[in-house]
Design a protein around this ligand. Structure first.
Ligand SMILES: [Zn+2]
Length: 395
């Protein structure tokens, strides 16, 4: 049994922060009690910081960890795709696996207890299955040519079998509207809905919006120059095209659906998404957004719409580090009106909800086993993280 105390504990799931809080855990990390300290208590570890439940990284591409430091910043989407096509396969498999393992261990040590991770191949399957972190793997597909769709689906379904035999929770998922033929988008969405989880890159760039809405812009130009097919021009925001596709599958029920990035989302497409999808989650990855687009998602609009927000790091191709605390700092800096308590709900509780882990993770509640994370170097006066804030797993 451990008694761990700190200046503040954020139990989450709607509970108020506890000043001078103490947390009791069983030897296996199960939460036995969380409350305010009564004077000096015996056998208590005391920390100068904040305790939060283990983080849930809602969007990562662990298998791109070897691309750290190789990408130019501020290129926009078309430039990013050019770089990833050129660099993705430039390293050997061992180099990729070693980089991914190092990052996975680092994230776990910094308090990430669960993760929604994208895989395009099997490079990281072994290390993910050996990790103490819970990971749901989204086997992402893309391909602009309609004729290629059946073959791509055959490949990803065999990858899903491989993941299953290795013990991973994994299923196909669509990448985005701008990298997929309508046929592939429909098939991958259908497989994801059968599984119950779908993660999709949504409205990440203005280029994406222009491609779908008006058939023009940098992405449209690039695809045409490369002789590739482009998705249908709809005259509406890109999210509508994806929602049409989801409706057409006839399979929408109570699946957990995650829209990632959402930089250029707008009121009308948000309204329709929220009314159509029962369990809808929105992931924000602010440091990646600044890296590629020098732009951030409309968090005020999203909060006003009651969007259930989650937080992700994205990959080291578009981020300097995979650190949940640094993503929180970024939100603190750019959106000073949003309280720390609310951001922690995104970074721990809502991510657990998306992954269906709310019975065991995401908050300090009796019987749960979320992991205990210490955040140090806090600006107590303003209740904000500082540039020096860091996180460490205690349990
Ligand atoms: Zn991504």
């Amino acid at each position: 049994m451990r008694k761990i105390a700190a200046q503040y504990i954020f139990p989450l799931n709607g509970a108020s922060p506890i000043r001078n809080g103490v947390l009791t855990t069983d030897d296996d990390g199960t939460i036995l009690d969380v409350r305010e300290m009564s004077g000096e208590e015996e056998s208590t570890e005391f920390y100068n910081g904040i305790l939060v439940p283990g983080f849930v990284n809602a969007h990562c591409h662990l298998e791109l960890s070897h691309l750290h430091g190789k990408f130019e910043r501020g290129t926009g989407m078309a430039g990013f795709i050019r770089q990833i096509n050129a660099l993705r396969d430039g390293s050997g498999r061992d180099v990729k696996i070693d980089a991914a393992r190092e990052q996975l261990e680092k994230m776990y040590g910094e308090g990430v207890s669960a993760m929604a991770d994208i895989s395009n191949c099997n490079d990281t399957f072994e290390i993910k299955s050996a990790s103490r972190m819970y990971i749901r793997t989204f086997l992402e597909v893309f391909g602009t040519e309609p004729a290629d769709a059946p073959k791509i689906m055959e490949g990803v379904r065999s990858l899903a079998k491989e993941a299953y035999y290795i013990g991973l929770d994994a299923a196909p998922t669509p990448h985005s509207c701008y990298t997929m033929s309508p046929q592939l988008l429909a098939s991958a969405s259908s497989d994801a809905l059968d599984e119950g989880w779908l993660s999709y890159h949504n409205q990440e760039s203005m280029e994406e919006e222009l491609l779908i809405k008006e058939g023009r812009g940098a992405l449209a130009r690039d695809y045409k120059a490369r002789g590739l097919s482009t998705p249908p021009v709809t005259g509406a925001a890109a999210l509508h095209y994806f929602l049409d596709n989801l409706e057409k599958t006839g399979k929408l029920a109570d699946q957990n659906i995650l829209l990632v990035h959402n930089l250029f989302t707008d009121e009308s497409s948000m309204d329709r998404a929220i009314s159509l999808v029962k369990n809808l989650y929105w992931a924000v990855c602010p440091l990646s957004n600044l890296f590629i687009h020098n732009f951030l998602p409309p968090l005020e609009l999203m909060r006003a719409k009651g969007a259930v927000l989650t937080l992700g790091t994205d990959s080291l191709s578009s981020n300097d580090l995979l650190s949940m605390v640094d993503e929180i700092k970024c939100i603190n800096n750019y959106f000073p009106g949003i309280e720390l308590k609310e951001i922690f709900e995104w970074s721990s509780y809502n991510g657990a909800l998306f992954l269906g882990l709310e019975e065991s993770m995401g908050s300090f509640e009796k019987g749960k086993k979320p992991g205990v994370v210490l955040i140090e170097q806090v600006d107590w006066e303003n209740m904000k993280l500082t540039d020096c804030s860091s996180s460490t797993r205690l349990v």
